[in-house]
Design a protein around this ligand. Structure first.
Ligand code: PEP
Ligand code: MG
Length: 548
């Protein structure tokens, strides 16, 4: 048994035989040509053929992974027509009298390297797209079109890396998992794997490729990022058990899709999903969540080496909103500090960071950072149904300051001729006992509350949420925590605001009934739990009196 560790990009487990991905590549040589005009005509014909192939791939992807993901093949078609790319290729053919295959290959390599050298991880991921498109054109130039890799039996695909078109052309029903030696988390292949709900592990390292052979038995664990070759009996048994559990969860998922979140006596609630990255939207869509109840925007900052610019943030928020055009998307403003530290913020060391300069406190101390984010959010607001939520509020004055900065940002945007939606909902997280206790004063100023039970438990019970030794003292079902939630619900409703829960407790099905009886309107949980909560809600009957 040999274990390799990479990065799991989609949490699911697979057990089966290995198929090593074989790639058809036309060897490219440099040939001297006599008639550049003829060579350019040959290139045009190959580009048209490649473009048709991409159109077909787009249609296939549209059905299998949805429009947002299928768009990659439209982008590939645009790359075929990219002016800079074509100018460079034409210049090479005419100026150096070289064959089209060679000119395309060299130009694509230059462009791919340029993308790889960019700081932005998303742009780095585009290098694979350029290489993929150029290979397609080269295959068309060689009159072979493209020979795709075919799977006879279901298998775990092992490869150095996979291009998006290679991923999508595989017969999805026969792919048990993807395991690649290289690859980036932001590559479209990783994104596609996530959206196709196929276990995937990237970055296992080159060595694994020389060890795996077709037909080898293996386990791919997309949760832990482990790839286990030739598993022993005990490991195999454990994997089989986990697979069974996964299967049961999947069946439940299928059964409940499209159904209402309504109790037996007719009480309806919203079940939304929590995510930390735009890449997880696929799992939100698959989970059938009614919206995004918590987008943890700080991950944008945590994944970056410097402050993300207004434009780069705008692009991310816009992508999230466009992916869910009719559904509510609640983006929480920056929640840095405490356990989420970022070097480039240059924060002073604190003895008690959980009680320190975190979240909205940091934003109000460094308004230029906060305003950049708010501007990006409001600019994106025209692309969907946005809600903005402020974390760690403890006082009315903080909320008023946040609201005043929102107004300032909107005025500045109007002044600069920029559009923003005028129906953006504003909410706060209830994650300090102070906020819950003064919720009556906070509620009139907002559209919604969202209870952050992870922090609310930590601050109410004075228990560091990071310290595993405190577990027995840190009971999230503690009466004090539940009372604070109930009080917040009463005060929200008294002033016409709605209230949700987005902390981990929202997924605790032993509390679903209590939450509904308190009047909670929305539960926001990890995508994997959406249907489990729906199942619980649909079995509840709240018609008889019951107190907690
Ligand atoms: C919470 O505190 O419950 C919450 C949702 O926020 P985070 O876990 O990101 O602190
Ligand atoms: Mg919190």
């Amino acid at each position: 048994m040999t274990k390799y560790t990479g990065k799991g990009v989609y949490g699911a487990i697979a057990l089966g035989r290995v198929a090593v991905y074989e790639r058809y590549r036309v060897p490219v040589k440099r040939d001297r040509i006599k008639h550049p005009g003829e060579e350019l005509a040959r290139l045009e014909k190959a580009k048209t053929q490649a473009s048709h192939q991409l159109e077909e791939l787009y249609e296939k992807a549209l059905v299998e992974v949805g429009e947002t993901n299928a768009q990659i093949f439209d982008i590939h078609r645009m790359l075929i027509d990219d002016e800079d790319f074509n100018e460079a290729v034409t210049e090479m053919i005419q100026g150096q009298c070289v064959n089209a295959e060679y000119a395309v290959s060299v130009t694509a390599d230059n462009f791919a390297r340029m993308f790889e050298a960019m700081e932005d991880a998303y742009m780095q991921g585009r290098a694979a797209d350029v290489r993929d498109v150029s290979n397609r054109i080269i295959a068309c130039l060689s009159n072979n079109g493209r020979t795709e890799f075919h799977l006879k039996e279901p298998a775990i695909i092992c490869a150095d890396d996979l291009a998006p078109s290679e991923t999508v052309t595989l017969d999805k029903d026969k792919v048990l998992a993807f395991v690649t030696a290289n690859g980036s988390y932001n590559s479209h292949t990783a994104i596609l794997a996530r959206n196709m709900s196929i276990p995937a592990i990237i970055g296992v390292g080159e060595k694994f490729l020389s060890d795996v052979k077709n037909g080898d038995l293996a386990i791919a664990d997309g949760f832990t990022g482990e790839f286990i070759l030739h598993p022993d009996g005990k490991t195999l048994e454990a994997a089989k058990k986990r697979l069974q559990t996964e299967l049961e969860k999947k069946e439940l998922l299928q059964k409940l899709k499209g159904k209402d979140n309504v109790t037996l006596d007719g009480r309806r609630i919203h079940i939304f999903a929590n995510i930390g990255s735009v890449d997880h939207i696929g799992s939100v869509l698959l989970s059938d969540a009614g919206g995004i109840g918590l987008f943890r925007s700080e991950f944008l900052y945590l994944e970056s080496h410097d402050f993300p610019s207004e434009d780069s943030q705008f692009k991310v928020y816009r992508r999230v909103l466009e992916s869910m055009p009719t559904k509510k998307v609640i983006i929480r403003t920056l929640d840095i500090g405490a356990d989420k530290q970022v070097d480039y913020f240059d924060l002073d060391k604190e003895d008690n960071p959980a009680l320190g300069l975190r979240a909205v406190r940091l934003c109000l101390t460094r308004p230029e950072i906060f305003k950049t984010q708010l501007r990006a959010l409001y600019r994106a607001s025209v692309f969907g149904k946005l809600g903005i939520m402020f974390p760690m509020i403890t006082d009315l004055s903080e909320l008023k300051e946040c609201l005043s900065l929102c107004e300032q940002v909107k005025r500045e945007l109007s002044f600069g001729g920029r559009k923003y939606a005028d129906d953006v909902e504003i909410g706060i997280m209830i994650e300090t006992p102070a906020a819950a206790l003064i919720s009556e004063k906070l509620a009139p100023l907002v559209d919604f509350f969202s209870v952050g039970t992870n922090d609310l438990t930590q601050y109410t019970l004075a228990c560091d949420r990071q310290n595993p030794r405190l577990e027995r003292f840190c009971d999230p079902h503690h009466e004090a925590v539940l009372r604070l939630i109930e009080l917040s619900a009463q005060n929200a409703h008294k002033h016409g605001a709605w209230i949700g829960i987005c902390g981990e407790l929202a997924a605790d099905t032993t509390l679903t009934e209590a939450f509904l009886r308190m009047g909670i309107d929305e539960l926001s949980v990890s995508p994997a739990f959406v249907l489990k909560i729906r199942d619980t809600v649909r079995k509840l009957d709240l018609s008889s009196e019951k107190t907690f």
